[in-house]
Each structure stands twice: as structure tokens, then as C-alpha cells.
Design a protein around this ligand. Structure first.
Ligand code: SAH
Length: 213
């Protein structure tokens, strides 16, 4: 298929490489056509390293943030992953590349507009192992639990208890926490729960039963 943004994508990947992103994540991001996940009028900006508006007051995260979250999750072939906040579907597509066809991504989205947008984008880009689910992601998806990895792409007041419950033992979760000042946490479920703050971030709020109201 004709790939009109190949050069722009290579430049994005080269920039991420210089920031220390691993080969696996770089290769995955080089395979996902990010321009298919932004509104058509923003396609020329799709490979810049910054967030872009996707409708409903929401944003597609900057490429370096997607890369960093994938690194912390240590995604492996065959993983079953839960994402909260499908948005454009882009991050789910990158995860799908990393876990391969044996793996599966369930991504939950609360805004119907973005359920449609992400479903369409993922279908048009050819991702068959990603399922977009409409609803409140703070409740998780008990019918598909437990998950190897959980990726929360909006900022929560604290870790929603259902997500902790639905994470496998030895599973990993990344989640931004905070309202104005937010930190990205890596949560690991071992014998107990280990929480590590990684860096300051800026995400849209997680709104729901165990999120902000
Ligand atoms: N991962 C997305 C970025 C999405 S921005 C991408 O790659 O484009 C965060 C998204 O979380 C928004 O679409 C917002 O509507 C959604 N969101 C906020 N609270 C939510 C909740 N409780 N359940 C599901 N989605 C939620």
C-alpha cells in the first residue's frame, strides 16, 4: 500500500531512538501509520512529537509518551492488555504490534464519539486483535480479566480498585495520577503492590465511578 508519510514517520522514530527508546518499541511505532489516527485535517502534523486534538476535548498523546508507557509495561508476545481511554486508537495499535497476533488488546472508551473514531481508525488500519469497548473504564472489564498489563491513558485521582483486582499477579500497570500536577506511576503486582513514580505528565482526566466525577 502506498505510504505517503513514510519519511515523516522515520523522522519521528529517529527522534525517539535518540531519546533511548528500545528497538522493539521503535519497530512497533514504525509500523503504525499514525496519520490514520488523527482527524484528516491534522494529518500533516501526525508525526510531530506532541499531542493533537481528536474531538470531544480529548487528545492523542505525544509519541514519546506512548513509547515511554509501552517501555514500562514490558509488553510481550501473547499478552492480554487492558487500555483505559481508546481515544484515537493509536496507542492500542502500538500495543497490538508489540503483543502480536496471539495477544489481544481491550480498550475502553467513555465518549461515544471516540468509540466510533477509534473503532473506525483501527479497522481502517487493519488491526484485528484490538477490541474497543464502550463504557466506564474505571470498572475494568471483569468479563475478560485478568490482564497481563493495564495501560491507563487518562489521569486518575488514585488507582481504581477494580483495575488492581483485574491485574494478574506479576502484572504491570501504568497510570497517571493527580489532578493538576500528575505523575506517571508504574504499578507492579507481586506479593504486595509496588508503586513507583516515574515522571511528571499531563493527561486529560479519567472520569467515572472510580475516577473524577
Ligand atoms: N490512548 C488514546 C489517548 C486518549 S486520551 C490515544 O492513543 O489516542 C484519554 C481518553 O480517555 C479520552 O478519549 C477520554 O474520553 C477517555 N476516558 C476518560 N475517562 C474514561 C473512563 N472512565 N473510561 C474510559 N475512557 C475514559
Amino acid at each position: 500500500m502506498n505510504d505517503e508519510y513514510k519519511e515523516e514517520r522515520k523522522r519521528m522514530v529517529d527522534l525517539l531512538r535518540r531519546q533511548g527508546v528500545s528497538t522493539g518499541v521503535l519497530e512497533a511505532m514504525n509500523r503504525v501509520k499514525r496519520h490514520l489516527f488523527v482527524p484528516p485535517e491534522l494529518r500533516d502534523q501526525a508525526y510531530g512529537d506532541y499531542p493533537l486534538p481528536i474531538g470531544g476535548g480529548q487528545t492523542i498523546s505525544a509519541p514519546h509518551m506512548v513509547a515511554m508507557m509501552c517501555e514500562y509495561l514490558k509488553l510481550e508476545k501473547g499478552d492480554k492488555v487492558l487500555e483505559i481511554g481508546a481515544g484515537s486508537g493509536y496507542h492500542a495499535a502500538v500495543i497490538a504490534e508489540l503483543i502480536g497476533t496471539e495477544g489481544r488488546v481491550y480498550t475502553v472508551e467513555r465518549l461515544p464519539l471516540l468509540v466510533d473514531f477509534s473503532t473506525r481508525n483501527l479497522r481502517d488500519a487493519g488491526y484485528k486483535n484490538v477490541v474497543v469497548v464502550s463504557g466506564d473504564g474505571t470498572l475494568g472489564l471483569p468479563e475478560h480479566a485478568p490482564f497481563d498489563k493495564i495501560c491507563v491513558t487518562c489521569a486518575a485521582p488514585s488507582v481504581p480498585p477494580p483495575l488492581l483486582e483485574q491485574l494478574k499477579t506479576r502484572g504491570r500497570m501504568v497510570i497517571p495520577i493527580g489532578r493538576y500536577i500528575q505523575e506517571l506511576y508504574l504499578v507492579e503486582k507481586k506479593n504486595g503492590i509496588e508503586k513507583q513514580s516515574k515522571c511528571e505528565v499531563a493527561f486529560v482526566p479519567l472520569i467515572g465511578r472510580f475516577g473524577f466525577r
